[in-house]
Design a binder for this molecule. Structure first.
Ligand SMILES: *[C@@H]1O[C@H](CO)[C@@H](O)[C@H](O)[C@H]1NC(C)=O
Ligand SMILES: *[C@@H]1O[C@H](CO)[C@@H](O)[C@H](O)[C@H]1NC(C)=O
Ligand SMILES: *[C@@H]1O[C@H](CO)[C@@H](O)[C@H](O)[C@H]1NC(C)=O
Ligand SMILES: *[C@@H]1O[C@H](CO)[C@@H](O)[C@H](O)[C@H]1NC(C)=O
Ligand SMILES: *[C@@H]1O[C@H](CO)[C@@H](O)[C@H](O)[C@H]1NC(C)=O
Length: 422
């Protein structure tokens, strides 16, 4: 039997089994990590696309009780529920602890909605509800960032249980789309990389090196997700940031114009035009889809480059959350957000007629308050080991894991399992 030691600690302590004076022992965590790691194999038989089981009971929307998304970050002395050593799903670029980020204060906060309680996700209860179910997170690399957080949080189980951990059952070879299976719950989690939600030819490698403008079919939804769509019980979509990139727009397979393509003699249509069009089609598809599960649209999260942009030395060196009103969304993200909220509002009205369970997962405002949650220079392994003045391209867009987006799972738990919503 395997234990995840941090979670064991509180229950051991309560039951007085051990004079646990060590606190949270990095050593034991390391041991658990190695044991967990050596346990992963099998399950390759579970590799087909998952299909929709019966939804046991539709979750009735509750009357306006509480807006989970307005609140404050408050100190949380317990800290994160996993570490760089207890969770193996974290990608190196977001593994700030492993990469040597020196401060740890950013781990000791939790999201506290202003008018209601937000308990920490209960992995056991969540997994129990997810028996025979499938989740998909669909979008860009922030969705990938989130899936790792979700897997880490769910893999942490109470002490007397066998550790439940997800086994990877699919990988698209590029690490962009993946699928995991929690065998004892027959629960499947997928992440599908579809940064535009529409069909796009992308000439960019995983390091962001691009050889050609994106070619976006603004009138075609991406079959990468649309063909599997009915097979998922729960879906969280997101998009946004990729629309900023140099892109040629196609409609009916003909070039319509572009966004940022100097020298190409094409009409500049603006990224807002394209995002508006794609989201309109996307939501039309969703609200008329007769989908029986639960569908979230997650709003785009802000970046926090200060004193410059990502390409000219901008960084994110803050070590604490800020209060509401201290930071503002940059103009581009503001535009994205307006488009998302407008499109969602229209869609939600239609969804209530067609019976599709559509929810907004509005993490943009609470994310704005966490400039301290990004890897910054610690996207790289010990970036200043050789030269403490090294010039580093900072990542002030993705989120450290563990880190602020672990709270997203608490919000999910409230909305999905406890049926809370605003
Ligand atoms: C985890 O992070 C700590 C420092 O935060 C570091 O000492 C340790 O080596 C890291 N472990 C791994 C496996 O990266
Ligand atoms: C899960 O699926 C199995 C096999 O189809 C079935 O026996 C079991 O009752 C299902 N459990 C739930 C909670 O739906
Ligand atoms: C697992 O869940 C899927 C639905 O997601 C269902 O089709 C399948 O029968 C389940 N398998 C078992 C062994 O319960
Ligand atoms: C740019 O496009 C317009 C309209 O398609 C065309 O008339 C013009 O000759 C083009 N200019 C160049 C430099 O190719
Ligand atoms: C930005 O630059 C100003 C002045 O050089 C400095 O005081 C501030 O701390 C910097 N902010 C960040 C986040 O690095």
């Amino acid at each position: 039997m395997l234990f995840v030691w941090k979670s064991c600690w509180s229950s051991l302590h309560k039951r007085n089994y051990l004079p646990v004076k060590l606190g949270f022992s990095i050593f034991l965590l390391g041991l658990a990590f190695r044991l967990l790691f050596s346990q992963s194999s099998g399950f390759s038989e579970v590799s087909e696309a998952p299909f929709l089981g019966k939804i046991v009971k539709p979750i009735a929307p509750l009357k306006g009780k509480c807006d989970l998304f307005s609140g404050d970050w408050i100190p949380n002395p317990a800290g994160s529920v996993y570490t760089n050593e207890s969770c193996k799903y974290v990608f190196d670029h977001q593994n700030c602890m492993k990469n040597g980020r020196p401060d740890t204060g950013y781990l000791y906060w939790r999201w506290n909605p202003r008018h209601c309680e937000l308990p920490q996700i209960n992995p056991e209860k969540f997994l129990e509800m997810m028996r025979n179910k499938t989740w998909a997170l669909i979008g860009d690399s922030i969705s990938r960032n989130h899936v790792q957080s979700l897997l880490c949080v769910l893999s942490k189980m109470p002490c007397h249980e066998e550790v439940e951990h997800a086994v990877e059952v699919y990988d698209d070879q590029e690490g962009r789309s993946k699928r995991w299976h929690f065998s004892s719950y027959n629960f499947t989690v997928s992440v599908i990389w579809s940064p535009f939600l529409a069909e796009a030819a992308i000439f960019e490698d995983i390091n962001g090196v691009s050889t050609h403008e994106v070619e976006l079919q603004i009138d075609k939804l991406d079959t990468k997700w649309s063909e599997q769509y009915q097979g998922f019980n729960y879906i969280m979509f997101s998009s946004g940031k990729w629309f900023f990139k140099s892109t040629i727009y196609y409609k009916n397979n003909k070039i319509l114009g572009c966004h940022y393509c100097p020298g190409k003699n094409l009409t500049e249509l603006g990224f807002d035009f394209a995002y508006r069009k794609v989201l309109r089609d996307f939501f039309n598809f969703i609200v008329t889809s007769n989908h029986k599960g639960m569908i979230f649209y997650r709003t785009s999260t802000p970046d926090h480059f200060e004193n410059g942009s990502w390409f000219d030395g901008g960084n994110c060196k803050r070590t604490e959350p800020v209060k509401e009103g201290v930071l503002e969304l940059n103009e581009m993200v503001k535009i994205i957000r307006d488009i998302e909220l407008t499109a969602f509002e229209e869609a939600a009205a239609k969804a209530s007629e067609t019976g599709v369970n559509l929810r907004l997962f509005d993490v943009n405002p609470l994310s704005l308050l966490r400039p301290d949650g990004h890897p910054g220079a610690y996207r790289h392994f010990h970036p200043f080991a050789k030269d403490k003045n090294a010039k580093i391209v900072n990542d002030c867009l993705h989120w450290c894991l563990p880190g602020p987006i672990d709270s997203w799972n608490d919000l999910l738990m409230e909305m999905v399992v406890n049926g809370k919503d605003d």
